[in-house]
Design a protein. Structure first.
Length: 471
């Protein structure tokens, strides 16, 4: 086994090892990191998955991507066991059958009730370990429209090596989402309410990363969905679910509620490594740039419309760049050109070859808000199972694109219904209760910093809190 190195989708950043890619997040040329070669999964490796704990599968997966010179499997396993001990279900990501051969893969048993915990809990521990070994620290700055911020603060609270600062749009996240960020008592995590929108928060974070002097001075690191290690952690549950349902002896199909294309890209990687996946269905809500690109070959930005599945309300899908790189046979020049066009004019064409490839690699369907509501109600009547609206988009897409038959259909359940109580109540007329282990959240004291939508003010705040400052 040769060491795995990581290359940027834009071809102009230095090649890195796994640990540096883990700490870097975005490449310095603006691209995203991918392994130079894909590790593969043999039939006997897949046969060994059922019966392993989730932590064991995750440790094996990360070890494959870390390579023989990276963190040892034994070390990774310790971190994975600690990460998944924080989940409220002994199976970590259980499967539930809601219709004949239609399964829901529950990814929401982590501390913030959404699938982002699966990757973030492990990522935080991997980062801590690498930084400890190097005697370094890092400052994480992120923007959130709701789910990512809570998952990051929950994962990094108490870290001895990382200061974590999360910007969120003041008054525009739900009470539960805000409390998941503001009730952590540890002094290394900070929730910052910015007087602006999510796009303003994201622009502030981008500006800090683009200021290379500032970035280096406070050792900025990113944990948004473009961080490669998050995608690696997410591959684990595709392996667990598919092998539980018959892989490697029979294929399985997945429908994936999609925003930034991170979660579904993990499924694409699992298939690239050798997992028999028949169909991978991209599920979007009304913000359907991916479905349109799949159908028409035009990747074209439109305004965001607010839906009852807010974590999928995106304008562009940042991880789609990774797929474009693969689908163009790793043509960094082509990717750079298209990303330039996107920035200039808000659109580009996939071209015949890449579009045809996308149609072979994925199915795609979008779910209107009315379809989401009807599906939540129908599934509840038929099986007693309560879907959250994001997961319901996945069920709608599964029913539109995956034939009911012998191939198991798995919908990734990305959030617990209690995480979006207003949306669920509007659909079924009842408020889903928070799991008891989260009750304290509703009364714990909050700690919030409020800042104007002003780069100098936010930079000052970050510099003051960052204990990682270099010389
Ligand atoms: C983040 C999120 C998504 C979208 O996931 P991507 O990896 O960005 O495609 C879907 N559902 C929920 C509940 C989320 O929090």
């Amino acid at each position: 086994m040769s060491p795995i190195t990581y290359i940027s989708t834009r071809g102009e950043a230095p090649e890195l090892g796994f640990e540096d890619a883990l700490l870097a997040g975005l490449a310095r040329d603006g691209g995203l990191y991918l392994p130079k070669t894909w590790p593969t999964l043999s039939k006997s490796e897949l046969e060994a998955v059922p019966g392993q704990s989730f932590a064991e599968v995750a440790a094996d997966t990360v070890a494959r991507f870390a390579g023989p010179k990276g963190l040892a499997r034994k070390e990774i396993l310790k971190l994975a066991e600690a990460a998944y001990a924080r989940f409220g279900h002994p199976a970590t990501t259980p499967l539930v059958e809601i219709d004949r051969n239609l399964w829901v893969l529950e990814l929401f048993h982590g501390p913030t009730l959404a699938f982002k915990d699966v990757a973030m809990q492990l990522l935080a521990r991997l980062m801590d370990e690498v930084l400890t070994r190097r005697g370094e620290r890092a400052t994480i700055v992120g923007a959130t429209s709701g789910d990512t911020g809570g998952a990051a603060i929950e994962a990094f609270r108490g870290s001895s090596r990382v200061d974590c600062i999360i910007l969120f749009p003041d008054g525009r996240v739900s009470d539960v989402q805000r409390r998941m960020m503001t009730t952590a008592r540890e002094s290394n995590v900070h929730a910052v309410a910015v007087d602006g929108t999510f796009d303003d928060c994201q622009a502030l974070v981008k500006a800090m990363f683009n200021d290379l002097a500032f970035r280096d001075r406070v050792c900025l690191a990113g944990v948004n969905s473009i961080n490669w290690a998050r995608i690696v952690a997410q591959i684990s549950y595709y392996l667990v679910a598919a092998t539980a349902l018959g892989a490697p002896y029979r294929p399985v199909s997945f429908a994936v509620p999609t925003g930034n294309f991170g979660d579904i890209f993990a499924g694409f990687v699992a298939r690239t490594m050798g997992l028999p996946v028949e169909t991978l269905a991209i599920a979007t809500n009304d913000n359907d740039i991916l479905r349109r690109a799949h159908a028409d070959g035009a990747y074209e930005v439109k305004g965001v419309s607010a839906t009852n599945s807010p974590s999928m309300d995106i304008q562009i899908s940042s991880n789609f760049e990774r797929y474009l790189y693969e689908a163009s046979d790793r043509d960094a020049t082509w990717v750079r050109g298209r990303m330039g066009e996107l920035q200039q004019s808000g659109q580009f064409r996939l071209g015949e070859k890449v579009q045809a490839r996308m149609q072979r690699d994925f199915a795609a369907a979008s779910a209107s808000q009315a379809e989401v509501a009807a599906t939540v109600r129908r599934v509840r009547e038929q099986s007693g199972y309560l879907l959250d609206p994001h997961t319901a988009c996945g069920v709608v897409a599964a029913e539109k694109t995956l034939p009911a038959g012998r191939t198991p259909r798995v919908v990734l359940a990305t959030a617990h219904p209690a995480k979006f109580p207003d949306a669920v109540e509007a659909i079924v007329g009842e408020r889903p209760p928070l799991p008891p282990r989260l009750h304290a959240l509703l009364t714990d004291k909050e700690r919030i910093s409020v800042l104007p939508n002003d780069l100098a003010a936010v930079k000052g705040f970050v510099a003051d809190r960052a204990t990682a400052v270099r010389g």
